[in-house]
Structure formats: structure tokens, C-alpha cells
Design a protein around this ligand. Structure first.
Ligand code: PMP
Length: 366
């Protein structure tokens, strides 16, 4: 595909080429139905088959146990920042938050409206470059849940290797925002009470938010919870209480199918590790020309922030890269520098091209 760029955006992000082509081929007339997925009734048998297959493929991919519900919702992960305390707490309840980046911080601020969140560890003073050792924080025994952000998209800090803290509170509920590493590697779902993720990084277009929740946690929403935020309503109605983001769910389904065809999440993780490795090596072996501030053991496989020692060259770096069809490398406005997001759908060739470009750029500017 000559006219496609390598898109390193953090989200909405690049999607697998074969998925886009399949969607294109089915756009005008889905599966002989005589209409596109965008035009279908969400209650018709065609769309039901689409959403049911999407759920079943996701269950296979993540090996989601049967005591968990899978919900396809709207409003982005940001809406979940409110939905979680609304569904799991009373206004007086304490909740523990480990804050390893700005998304975790936003989650706390939203939760403050609906419960009593406590930040039990924050990496802010170290510019969000770390994940704490699990002995480094004290959990509140009466906390309703422990919240983490599994991968901080802006700072590039990730909980590694299925190594998540146990919730040492009365409920034992761990909740994770997996927006930016969802389906990038196998996850032991049973360790979590709730996993939630916006689709627009690894699994589809924006507009779909996936919530995986242990069924016994459903049904206790605060009385003033808007109907659209009540997990019970969506669970009872199989995500079809109101009109869902049909086309987005269809696209997620195509991505899930593609991930299964690739051999599942173990294979996907292998590829992601390889891609991240060559990029981090290029940074670490540049003699300080490029630098990644994140502590090595917790560097994200998905979002790679880096700076140039000669900061004044950053604009040129981004411009020159764009000329070679590598786009969206500018870091988040809050941290500056560069950021390469290399989600599942970024091919190895894209990362190899970026690394070659980085070496050339360095040679030119030494
Ligand atoms: N959490 C994380 C880790 C994110 O990366 C993002 C979006 N970049 C959000 C939450 C917010 O997601 P949304 O824009 O879907 O509300």
C-alpha cells in the first residue's frame, strides 16, 4: 500500500491493513445483507451475529472466564473514571489509587466526585517514570477497590509480565485501565474485578469502550447513577440497551479475528517485544543523543517516549520523519519530546524504518 504512512499516533492509532481492506470490501454490502453495517438495526439478526462473534472472539483471545461479563459501551475510558465509583462504591467509600501517570491522575480526580479516593502511591515527583515495588505502598484495608493504569500512554510506563499488585483490602478487587495495552499480551483476567479500555489504540476505532467485569460486582450502582453508566443495565441487555456504536464494534470484531489468526496474544506479545526492543536499543545505544526517561524495567511495549539531547533539533526530527512517511511522532504536549506509539498494528517494518531514520538523523547531527 504505497500511499499509507507509518502512523505512530497514540490513539486513534494505526489499524491492521488487512482489517481495513476487509472492512472496505464489506462496506457497501455486508455479507450479502444488501446494506452496510452502519445501516443495520442493532436488533437485527445480522448485527447480533456481529456483536456476538466479537464478544466470543475477545473471550477466546483473553481467555475470559465465564463469571465475567463483557460490555461494549460508549463514552471512552474517561466515562469509566466515573462509572467505576458509581457502580462499585457509596459516596463515603474509600478507594485506593496507584498513580503512575496522567491517566491515573485523571481517574482519581473524576472519582473524587463519587467516592473518597486515596492516592496511595504517586510517581509524579519523579515525572512518572516508575512503577512502585509492591512493598512501597500501604493499602487501606477498607478500600472498595485498588485502581491502577496498566499502561500510561503519555509517560510510557507499564506494569510488566502479568505482575500486578494484589488488592489487600476487604473486597480484594483490583481494577485496571488497560486502554493502551489492551490485547497487546496475555492477561490473567481472574486477577481483576474490572478491566476497561477504550478501543482506539489496539483494537478498533474510537467510540467503543470495552468493560470486562466480574458478574458479582454488577448491580450495586449508586441510586443517582445515570442509566448509561449502570453496568447492570448494559449487562442485562447484552450491550444493547440503547443504540450501541455498531460500526465500531464491528471493526473491533475484525481486529479480534485478525489477532486470533495471528496465533493469539502470546504471538502478538512476541512481536510487540521485538518491536519495542529494537527501538529501545536504538535509543540506549545512541550515546545519549536520544534518551528515554522511563526506568528500564517498566518501559512500555506500546508507547515509547524519548527526547533529543539537542532539544532544538526536535522540530526538524519530526519534520524530516514526516517527509519519509513516519507521522505523529510528537510527544504529548504535557511532556514534550517525541513519542512513538507502536501498538499491535504497527508492523515491524515501521519500527525498523524509524530506527534507520534515527541513526541517519544522528549521523547528520553529531
Ligand atoms: N486511559 C488511558 C490509559 C488512555 O490512554 C486514555 C486516552 N488516551 C484514556 C484513559 C482516556 O480515554 P478516552 O479518550 O477514550 O476517554
Amino acid at each position: 500500500q504505497q500511499d499509507r504512512v507509518f502512523n505512530f499516533a497514540a490513539g486513534p492509532a494505526t489499524l491492521p491493513e488487512n482489517v481495513l481492506l476487509k472492512a472496505q470490501s464489506e462496506l457497501y454490502n455486508w455479507n450479502g445483507s444488501g446494506m452496510s453495517v452502519m445501516e443495520m438495526s442493532h436488533r437485527g439478526k445480522e448485527f447480533l451475529s456481529i456483536i456476538q462473534k466479537a464478544e466470543s472472539d475477545l473471550r477466546t483471545l483473553l481467555q475470559i472466564p465465564s463469571e465475567y461479563s463483557v460490555l461494549f459501551l460508549q463514552g471512552g475510558a474517561t466515562t469509566q473514571f466515573a462509572a467505576l465509583p458509581l457502580n462499585l462504591c457509596t459516596p463515603q467509600d474509600t478507594v485506593d489509587y496507584i498513580v503512575t501517570g496522567s491517566w491515573g491522575d485523571k481517574a482519581v480526580k473524576e472519582a473524587q466526585k463519587y467516592c473518597n479516593p486515596k492516592v496511595i502511591w504517586s510517581g509524579k515527583s519523579e515525572k512518572y517514570t516508575k512503577i512502585p515495588s509492591f512493598d512501597d505502598f500501604q493499602q487501606n484495608p477498607d478500600a472498595r477497590y485498588l485502581h491502577i493504569c496498566a499502561n500510561e500512554t503519555i509517560h510510557g510506563v507499564e506494569f510488566k509480565d502479568n505482575n500486578y499488585p494484589n488488592a489487600k483490602n476487604a473486597t480484594g478487587i483490583l481494577v485496571a485501565d488497560m486502554s493502551s495495552n489492551f490485547c497487546s499480551k496475555p492477561v490473567e483476567v481472574s486477577k481483576f474485578g474490572v478491566i476497561y479500555a477504550g478501543a482506539q489504540k489496539n483494537v478498533g476505532p474510537s467510540g467503543v469502550t470495552i468493560v470486562i467485569i466480574r458478574k458479582d460486582l454488577i448491580g450495586n450502582a449508586q441510586s443517582f447513577t445515570p442509566v448509561m453508566l449502570d453496568y447492570k443495565i448494559h449487562d442485562e441487555n447484552n450491550s444493547l440497551y440503547n443504540t450501541p456504536p455498531c460500526y465500531g464494534i464491528y471493526m473491533c470484531g475484525l481486529v479480534f479475528e485478525d489477532l486470533l489468526q495471528q496465533g493469539g496474544l502470546k504471538e502478538v506479545e512476541k512481536n510487540n517485544k521485538k518491536k519495542a526492543q529494537i527501538l529501545f536499543d536504538a535509543i540506549d545505544e545512541s550515546g545519549g543523543f536520544y534518551r528515554c526517561p522511563v526506568e528500564k524495567s517498566v518501559r512500555s511495549l506500546m508507547n515509547v517516549p524519548f527526547t533529543l539531547e539537542k532539544q532544538e533539533l526536535e522540530g526538524e526530527f519530526i519534520k524530516e520523519a514526516a517527509k519519509e512517511k513516519m507521522v505523529q511522532l510528537k510527544g504529548h504536549r504535557s511532556v514534550g519530546g517525541m513519542r512513538a506509539s507502536i501498538y499491535n498494528a504497527m508492523p515491524l517494518a515501521g519500527v525498523e524504518k524509524l530506527v534507520a531514520f534515527m541513526k541517519d538523523f544522528q549521523a547528520k547531527h553529531m
